[in-house]
Design a protein around this ligand. Structure first.
Ligand SMILES: [Zn+2]
Length: 101
């Protein structure tokens, strides 16, 4: 004759099952977030944040600039901005003379 589990045992197994499912759900959530980040990156990478058209990467004196093929917007990463700021003013002017509008 099967032995009926005690209330304590049932409580233990219910809690354990809940924790296992919760862990699984959290892992699924992490995977979803990672997938969403990857999707957004794929969607927006090298596209102008202003008009959405393709960006063209230009390398000028060690600075990588991303210039929009449509609206002419000029974009650069944070460290590239610091590099530009650390350059002589004449270099900065030439960058905007050559690649700016
Ligand atoms: Zn643009």
């Amino acid at each position: 004759m099967p032995v009926k589990p005690s209330d304590k045992e049932e409580e233990f197994f219910a809690r354990r099952e809940f924790e296992a499912r919760k862990k699984l759900r959290e892992e699924q959530q992490r995977q979803l977030e990672a997938a969403e980040r990857a999707r957004l990156k794929e969607l927006h990478h090298m596209h102008c944040p202003k008009c959405g058209m393709d960006l063209i990467e230009i390398d000028y004196k060690g600075v990588k600039l991303d210039k929009c093929s449509a609206c002419g917007g000029l974009w650069f990463d944070a460290q590239e901005f610091e590099t530009i700021l650390s350059q002589e003013q004449s270099n900065i002017k030439s960058i905007f003379n050559i690649f700016g509008r």
